[in-house]
Design a protein around this ligand. Structure first.
Ligand SMILES: C[S@@+](CC[C@H](N)C(=O)[O-])C[C@H]1O[C@@H](n2cnc3c(N)ncnc32)[C@H](O)[C@@H]1O
Length: 218
């Protein structure tokens, strides 16, 4: 399936109206940079010597335009999942509602192992669950706290494929098209592939393309 090296919004603007069945994404939101600067996510520190180089940040000011494009490309009766932290959740939720999405709830990704830090130490992330129109989840027995171990020493902020597989299974059927406009390590795309969905993605970092290519080869 096709991969692009373009800015998320510019790339989405090339997709047809109502052409995507499910969109799952994890933009490099502004507050990630704050966590990195204060050193609570040392795994994300910039290191010229490693391939673990920090990526470009997506400024909050661009969220509304991003959500307009996501809403436009999604089919009627579809779902949209947005990975973020608490700071971005409060910022992003009203903007996504403004463009037309119904917000259901934040799903909690419990990473099981505690993270770095000097405060209440992070063990979870949010996955905001939005809907365009009405689509039933495929399995109504799944809780809103999802337990999957965090990834160590992967691509910066890499998400576990089994977590993505759960979301893909819940909100699509085989043969449908899944899109991730900030694909990073490609976990969303791999989950789609494993479950016989079609997928398309974009990422502006060459490192992301190389990382995902290597994963596919493995
Ligand atoms: C938080 S990471 C995604 C991690 C991914 N969910 C995973 O499991 O590996 C965000 C990605 O967005 C990419 N990126 C940054 N700015 C972008 C932009 N304007 N358009 C598309 N991709 C962008 C970065 O290169 C980075 O790979």
């Amino acid at each position: 399936m096709k991969l692009f090296n373009e800015d998320a919004i510019e790339w989405l603007s090339t997709l047809a109206n109502a052409s995507v069945d499910l969109l799952i994404t994890d933009p490099p939101y502004e507050s990630l940079e704050k966590h990195r600067k204060i050193g609570t996510t040392t795994r994300l520190k910039v290191s010229k010597a490693s391939s673990n180089k920090w990526f470009d940040i997506f400024p909050n000011i661009r969220f509304e335009e991003l959500f307009e494009e996501i809403y436009r490309v999604l089919k009627q009766d579809s779902h949209f999942y947005l990975f973020c932290d608490q700071e971005t959740m409060f910022y992003a939720k009203p903007l996504a509602e403004k463009v037309g999405f119904k917000f259901w709830k934040p799903i909690i990704w419990d990473k099981i192992n505690i993270g770095m830090g000097y405060h209440y130490r992070a063990r979870h992330e949010y996955i905001l669950f939005f809907e365009k129109g009405k689509r039933k989840l495929n399995d109504l027995s799944i809780p809103d706290v999802l337990e999957f171990k965090r990834i160590y020493r992967g691509y910066p902020t890499e998400k576990p494929v089994p977590l993505l597989e759960l979301l893909v299974k819940q909100s699509s059927v085989p043969g449908e098209l899944i899109v991730d406009p900030f694909f990073g390590s490609g976990s969303t795309l791999l989950a789609a592939k494993n479950l016989e969905r079609k997928y398309l993605g974009s990422d502006t970092a060459t490192a992301a393309h190389e990382y995902f290519k290597n994963r596919l080869l493995k």
